[in-house]
Unconditional design. Structure first.
Length: 186
């Protein structure tokens, strides 16, 4: 009896999908070169990165550039039974960053109110300080200034909710800013 032939690895293996509202795309990692938008939940394979930009291979064989911060990751190989599944993005560091930024702003306000600084000094010291946090019961929205995006937390992990600007080239991106994108919900 012959052994069955091993299954070949598929040529296209999606790693991500486009967001439910679709996704803008560009011919190159340059906002001045727009291309056709991608359909909602289109399967994509990440093939390269350049800062916030991601080069993707679409299910139809087309290659394009997108804002990589908006890609929705597909689950990888399921975790083995030997350990608990890992969380994609722990919300605690984002909360700690928001707490620190809020404390810095509060300190600047107290200094202004006490007469220790004038309005111009207050504005100079507050320049570039960005913080955003909304808590509504178990739901959390927190601004992540490192990646210039709003994230939503469902209690287990952060999900990209909205981004602040067009993707930045690698030279303008903060170091250590390449974290995984979110995992798609089953």
């Amino acid at each position: 009896m012959e052994e069955p032939a091993p299954m070949e690895e598929p040529a296209f293996r999606p790693t991500h999908v486009a967001p439910p509202d679709g996704l803008a795309s560009w011919a190159a990692p340059d906002p001045e070169q727009p291309a056709s938008p991608l359909d909602a939940l289109l399967p994509l394979q990440l093939i390269g990165r350049a800062g916030d930009w991601a080069q993707v291979l679409c299910a139809n064989g087309w290659t394009t550039w997108v804002d990589g911060r908006l890609l929705i990751s597909l689950p990888g190989i399921p975790p083995t039974a030997t350990g608990p599944p890992s969380r994609t993005a722990d919300p605690r560091p984002a909360l700690a960053e928001a707490e620190g930024a809020l404390a810095r702003y509060r300190s600047l306000l107290e200094d202004l109110a006490a007469g220790g600084a004038d309005l111009e000094t207050f504005r100079d010291r507050a320049h570039g300080l960005r913080v955003g946090l909304v808590v509504d019961g178990e739901r959390l929205w927190v601004f992540d200034p490192v990646h210039d995006r709003w994230c939503f937390c469902d209690g287990l992990q952060l999900h990209t909710y909205a981004v602040g600007a067009r993707p930045r080239p690698p030279a303008e991106r903060p170091s250590g800013a390449d974290e995984p994108t979110r995992v798609a919900e089953p």
